[in-house]
Design a protein around this ligand. Sequence first.
Ligand code: SF4
Ligand code: SF4
Length: 81
Amino acid sequence: MSKTWYPVIDITKCIECGICADFCSHGVYEKRENHPVVVNPEECVHGCKGCSKQCPEGAIEYVGDNGQENGGCSCGCCCEN
Ligand code: SF4
Ligand code: SF4
């Protein structure tokens, strides 16, 4: 867990489908009328890009992503697909 890695949603791209919030099993997101809000960034797993892989609009980027991360993480609970 790291505060140096967490998702940021581009609201100009987001269609409020709620997939990211439903996908993350770490409680990072809260859905407010399907609009995903990052309420617990400290719970995001460093290097995980699980939710961005699910996003149909490519609306999720990560604070701390320098392009070196491979998108995998060690928790094994949400990044496999
Ligand atoms: S990157 Fe992984 S841990 Fe972080 S919010 Fe997305 S699915 Fe959850
Ligand atoms: S998956 Fe993408 S489009 Fe859907 S709510 Fe999340 S950020 Fe928005």
